[in-house]
Design a binder for this molecule. Structure first.
Ligand SMILES: O=C([O-])CC(=O)C(=O)O
Ligand SMILES: [Mg+2]
Length: 231
């Protein structure tokens, strides 16, 4: 959809920055009240990821759960994954995609250790959702960067249905469009509208550079070795 060379260039640029720098860069454009996901969206573990938004939306399942035997239920699960809650967008993932999932806040683990690893193996750099993943102990072992509102024990079967992909989505009141730059670290998630990316980068980079000069002086004063955050 977007030029992959430009995608990778944007990722390289924004990978140098902290979420806080990007936030400051947006503020230079007087966008103080836009594009930060609220603090209710938290990382599963401390990590950093920068990528290009690939969006997908699921809605609450409003159909019946037919009366079934456990054997029939097993078959129905297969039907459900194919026809009601497919994950066909996973096969479209390209290197550098940040997967943005609007799952309508439903308490169901749309993503678990298996399907998120599948996406990761295809080049996804991270996931963010207004719901919650499951198998979270394994997600941490597998080091899959994940930001979410909560964690969930539950499967999607009987709870969620696929709606659309590659569309603008609403994550906790923030509009995210396919192609936007997503920067996420221990401070949370910030969205850079693609059309503003180069401007925001230039202001954010200035903030980071000034901060490094200032902290380097304090490191010197305290006789600390430089680490990668001040180099
Ligand atoms: O199976 C699912 O629907 C989600 C899941 O737990 C996984 O991918 O590991
Ligand atoms: Mg699982």
């Amino acid at each position: 959809m977007f030029d992959q060379r430009e995608n990778l260039e944007l990722i390289e640029m924004f990978s140098q920055l902290r979420v806080a720098d990007v936030r400051d860069g947006l503020d230079y454009l007087l966008l103080h009240h836009r594009f930060s996901l609220p603090y209710t969206i938290k990382p599963l573990f401390r990590t950093k990821a920068v990528g290009i938004a690939k969006t997908v939306r699921y809605l609450p399942y409003d159909g019946e759960i037919p009366k079934m035997t456990p054997q029939e239920y097993e078959k129905w699960c297969g039907y459900y994954y194919t026809n009601i809650c497919p994950y066909h967008w996973i096969s479209e993932i390209q290197k550098g995609d940040f997967i943005v999932i609007d799952q309508s806040g439903v308490d169901a683990g749309l993503m678990g250790s298996n399907n998120s690893l599948d996406g990761f193996s295809r080049g996804a750099v991270g996931y963010v959702t207004n719901g919650g993943p499951r198998d979270t102990d394994e997600l941490i072992i597998q080091k899959i960067p994940f930001w979410s509102k909560f964690v969930s024990q539950k499967t999607v079967i009987g709870r969620l249905k696929f709606d659309a992909m590659n569309i603008p989505v609403n994550i906790e009141g923030v509009l995210i469009k396919p192609g936007d730059v997503i920067v996420a670290d221990g401070d949370g998630v910030v969205v850079v509208p693609r059309e503003l990316a180069y401007d925001v980068y230039s202001f954010a980079k200035k903030e980071l550079d000034n901060d490094k000069v200032s902290r380097r002086k304090l490191y010197d004063l305290m006789g600390w070795e430089y680490d990668e955050t001040v180099k």
